[in-house]
Design a protein around this ligand. Sequence first.
Ligand code: NA7
Length: 544
Amino acid sequence: MSGNSNVTEEVDAVVIGAGFAGLGMNRRLRDEMGLSVRVFEAGNDVGGTWYWNRYPGARCDSESFLYCLTFDKQLMQDWEWSGKYPEQPEILRYLGHVADRYNLRSNMTFNTRVTSAHWSDLTNRWTVGTDQGDSVSCKWLVTGIGCLSSTQKPKITGQDSFSGPSYHTGEWPHEGVDFTGKRVGIIGTGSSGIQSIPVIAEQAKHLFVFQRTPNYSVPARHGTVTKESLDEVKKQYDDIMAKARASAVGMHYEQSGQSALEVSEEERNATYERGWEEGGAKFLFGSFNDIGSDIRANDTASDFIRKKIREIVKDPAVASKLSPVDHPFGSKRPLIDTNYFDTYNRDNVTLVDIRSAPIQEITPTGIRTADGEYEFDVLVYATGFDAMTGTYNKMDIRGHDGLALKDVWAAGPLTYLGVSTAGFPNLFMITGPGSPSVLSNMPVSIEQHVEWISGVIECMQKDDLATFEADEQAQTDWVAHVNELASTTLFMQADSWYLGANIPGKPRVFMPYVGGVGAYRQKCDEVAAAGYVGFHLGKESISA
Ligand code: NA7
C-alpha cells in the first residue's frame, strides 16, 4: 500500500497512452491477467498517433493488413480494410472498434495528461500524477506514449504576429481545415509534408512550400483493395504475421539477398524500375541488400530517384531543388507518396528553397525569406517531432532517490533492450529508445513488447517478487551495441530525427535499434528464458 493520504486510486498497473500500445497492454493486463489497471490518455478518445495526426493525406506506410493487433484471430478475420495503406480515419475507426469490442475504455481516463511518476523505495510503488489532479499508486508503470508524440514547432522570429490561422500537422483540428480559396504556406517536407502537400494543393488557391532539405520519396501506389485479396491474406494470416515477426522491419516481404554492385547497370535499373512501379517499401527492401550499408550501392538508388524526379518535374530548376544531394537515400526515414513530385507541375504551387535563401521572419501576412516575401492566409507547420525521448522528458519521472529520468538521459537515452532503464524499477517503455520501434512496422514491435512485459509481470507475480530493474552494466553494454550497429549503417550520414538532429541542442545519438525486429525478439526471448539475465529481480515486498 502506498500509505500516501493524497492517493486517489490504488491499482496494480498504470498504462500511459491509448494508442495501439495502450489498448494492447490494457487488454493483456486487465482481461487476460486479471490486474487492476488505470489508463491515462491526453486525448479525448483512443487512437494515439492517429488521434492527433489528422492532417490531409495522413496515412500509414505499412500495408493495411500488417498494421493491426493480433491478440484475437477473430478480430483479424472480421476487420475489413478498404485500402492498400490504412488512412488515418480508417485507423482511428479500427482502434475505436478494438476499444468497443473489448470494452477497453471503461478503465481509461481521457483528457488527462500524466505529468509525474515518482518511485518509492519504501513502498516499491509508483505514484503517478496528472494535470487533472489524479494521484494513482501502482506497482507497474507502463508507457505507451508513442515515439512521435511531442510536436516540434521551430521558433521563428515574428511567428506570433501571423494574422491568419496556423496549424501543426501533429495537432490537427478535429473538425478539419477548409483550404478552399485560401493561399497556404507550409514549412517542412518530411513524411507529413509529403503526404499533405498534394492534397492541400488540390484545394488551395495557392500553396507555397518552404523546403529546407529535399527528400527522397518513391510512389506508394496507394489504392483500394478487393475483398478477394484480403480474404487470401486472411487465409494465410498466421504465416504472414510469423514472417513479419521474424523479419528485419516487421513486414512479411522477402528481403533481397543481392548486392546492388554485383549486377549490371541494366539489371540494376530494371530492378529499381520494378520497385518503383510496385511502390512502397518494396523499392527499398525488395531491391538490394546493401543500400543501407554501402554508399556505392546507395548511390545507385539515390541516382535512380533523382533521375525520376527530373523526369516527373517539368521545370528543371524546380526538379533540381527537389533533388536530395546532402544525404543518402534511406538515411532519413524513407518516404512514400502519392503525386508528390507531380504536384510541383501545378500552376498553383510554388517551391521556396529556404536552404539557399533562409526564412528571415514570419510577418502578419506571410513569410519573408532572404530573397523575397510570400503572402498567404494559412500557415501549416509540418516540422516534425521531438522524437522518441521528447514525451518522456516532459514528464517528471523519478526513480531511486528522486533521480530524474531526463537527467539520466541528458546525454542521450540509456535503456536495456529499449524497454527498461536502470534506476527506475517496474517501469516499462513500450517501443522505447534502444528497441527497433520506428524502424519497424509499429504494431508488430508494440505487441512484442506487450507480450514480453506481461511475461515479466506474470513471472514476478508467480514468484511473489517486488521489483524488476535493469542492471547498469547490462544497460551500458546494450547501449554500446545499439550504437555500434548504427555506426555500420548510412543512418549516421543524415541529420535525421532518428539522431535527434532536428531538435536544437538535442544530443546526437542514434535512438532506435537497427539490428532488426526478428533478431531483437530473439534476444528478448533469450533474456527471458535465462531468468531475465541483465535484470535485478527484488524480493522485498514492503507493505505500509
Ligand atoms: P520530419 O520528418 O521531422 O520533417 C520535418 C520537416 O520540417 C523537414 O522537412 C524539416 O527540414 C522541416 N523543418 C523542421 N524545422 C524547420 C525549420 N526550423 N525551418 C524549416 N524547416 C524545418 O517530420 P514529419 O512530421 O514529416 O514526419 C515525422 C514522422 O512521422 C515520419 O517520419 C513518419 O514516421 C511519421 P529538415 O529536413 O530538418 O531540413
